[in-house]
Design a protein around this ligand. Sequence first.
Ligand code: NAD
Ligand code: WQD
Length: 344
Amino acid sequence: MAKILVTGGIGYIGSHTVVELQKVGFEVVVVDNLSNSNVEVLSGIEKITGIRPVFENIDCVDYVSMDRMFEKHSDIVAIIHFAASKAVGESVEKPLLYYRNNLVSLVNLLELMPIHKVQNLVFSSSCTVYGQPDVLPVTEDAPIKPALSPYGNTKQIGEEIIRDTIHSNASTKSIILRYFNPIGAHASAEIGELPNGVPNNLLPFVTQTAIGLRKELQVFGDDYNTPDGSCIRDYIHVVDLAKAHVIAVQRMLDNRTKSSVETFNLGTGRGLSVLEIIRTFEQVNGVKIPYKLVARREGDIEKVWAEPSFANNELGWKATETVEETLRSAWAWEQNYAQRSKID
Ligand code: NAD
Ligand code: WQD
């Protein structure tokens, strides 16, 4: 079966996607520099699928090593490009690290693709490109708002780099996937999210508080213009998200894309508030989350959720996991496998 390059394939979304690719018979080469992941994840993947993916410990910023990797794996037919730095706060402190890592990696791939006759690229983008949308649910043609962080800007610029490059090169195709808020873990609890240090994202903070590693969760803001005053997001099970990548790759390989660059929202279409997430997590898992309401976090969007019907209709993909099941999977992962050594 066809060979797919997955950059960042040891990370959170990448590892779940490798599993789904292997399940339908794709051969996978993972490139990851382990900057935000642990090589043990390969064993988790192997436990689930019975196949240990080929792993190349390479930095995507390193053009020469990437060139050699493509020479070695000359039968790669598509790339799913997850590799990027993703901590919003860190990107404000170290913008050049983010521009170099996220953009030079992408430019290298786009330069190397025609040289190695790889035509298909799936790119990890984010709902962050919409900022606070004027209309909800947000569709793919909503205006792109000024980025609120260097990280967010790397996704906007990354999309533009892809569009400009592909419009100049008729043989290259790309599917840009704008993720909403991925949460949860594989049902086996063999792979999941492994945040480094104090989690920035809601769900890892919730699970680490539930297990007693954190004293209490801070709910950032209770005075937003939402029914309970806390922010609203579209939380999507990471396995649902992973499955969309397999469909996107297959669509490109089957030449079913309708244009050389296609852009899809990947969300559930349902918005949930921070307080609703806490309440549902407590109910389905039978644990208490100590929390306190604190001031708003700078740069937070009040509310955003996806209009997923373009992805539903065009890709034939739909998020199917319930939020209850998703929150159960997050808790099972925390209890079984979350890595204590990485926690501050
Ligand atoms: P992650 O940090 O868990 O995974 C990223 C992986 O890429 C890590 O294993 C890291 O070691 C690797 N990596 C980073 N820079 C690299 C480089 N230069 N060369 C090789 N490997 C490198 O993050 P994730 O949550 O799985 O996110 C995957 C992608 O999805 C990223 O592009 C991210 O920006 C995007 N995204 C994530 C979210 C989210 O909430 N998790 C939302 C929207 C978009
Ligand atoms: C969700 C909600 C917080 C932590 C970020 C990036 C975005 C995307 C996903 C990649 C918000 C609240 C959180 C906590 C809280 N990543 N919260 N207490 O902010 O939607 O998006 O990750 O592209 O670009 O900006 O996700 O998980 O950080 O927050 O109250 O300790 O939970 O205020 O309302 P966010 P998040």
